[in-house]
Design a protein around this ligand. Structure first.
Ligand code: INI
Length: 152
């Protein structure tokens, strides 16, 4: 059996981070984790563009612009959606996920899903650099591997 898989080399790669401002105290930690991971794997800081948008709902649009610009090797989507007392959470998280998934399916570069969906603020904090790791870092690792996936 032959196997192909991407390595984690970031040298020479250009990456867009598209991040919502809603729940920004969490998103800042996710952005920091993603940036740290990319730089530690060889991506130059000047080759990382942070695109800020109001909330997770706007991420698909801006990520699509980043894909279509042809300037990047990968686009990482970062946002935090926290359940409130209404049905808003289900609607928003489903649409954001579908939007990013359909962009990922049509894009010719990897589009990575780094959206934290959580029932509570505490759960979101756990996924932004405390006991459950950092989803921004994880998303950057996925981007690195997928940017280097060749030979299929
Ligand atoms: N945006 C988020 O990123 N997270 C949320 O938890 C959230 N909630 O709960 O409302 C949220 N709302 C804003 C939304 O993404 C859009 O910016 C807004 O609806 C304008 O289109």
């Amino acid at each position: 059996m032959n196997t192909v898989e991407g390595n984690l080399e970031g040298k020479g790669k250009k990456v867009a981070l598209v991040a919502g401002r809603f729940n920004d105290f969490i998103n800042e930690k996710l952005i920091g984790g993603a940036r740290d991971c990319l730089i530690r794997h060889g991506v130059a800081d000047k080759n990382i563009l942070l695109v800020r948008v109001p909330g997770s709902f706007e991420i698909t649009y801006a990520a699509g612009k980043a894909v279509d610009s042809g300037k990047f090797d990968s686009v990482i989507c970062i946002g935090t959606i926290i359940r409130g007392g209404t049905g808003h959470y289900e609607l928003l998280s489903a649409e954001v996920t579908k939007g990013i998934a359909s962009l990922a399916a049509r894009a010719d570069i990897p589009v990575v899903y780094g959206i934290v969906t959580a029932d509570t603020i505490e759960q979101a904090i756990e996924r932004a650099g405390s006991k459950m790791g950092n989803r921004g870092w994880d998303a950057a690792m996925t981007a690195l591997e997928m940017m280097n996936l060749t030979g299929i």
